[in-house]
Design a protein around this ligand. Sequence first.
Ligand SMILES: [Zn+2]
Length: 82
Amino acid sequence: MDAIASRIIKARQYVAERDQRIHVNSFEVQIDGDNAIHQVSYNRGIWGCDCEEFVRRGICAHVMAMEEILGDAVQPAMLAVV
Ligand SMILES: [Zn+2]
């Protein structure tokens, strides 16, 4: 097997085992809402969003959407806000 083929196989293994192997440290994401564009951020367990609901409650649909997409690679938002 050549080097490229073995890298592709290894990459697929990381993807298949993502829940154990992939841990997101930080990111910034833009979510295009129906009425406004929102910026969601994450830094080592601390979630942020610029929408009103997040400022009031510490959770919002934008953060929840990113939690769903990223699964076990991130810490749950509810636990990050105490
Ligand atoms: Zn939000």
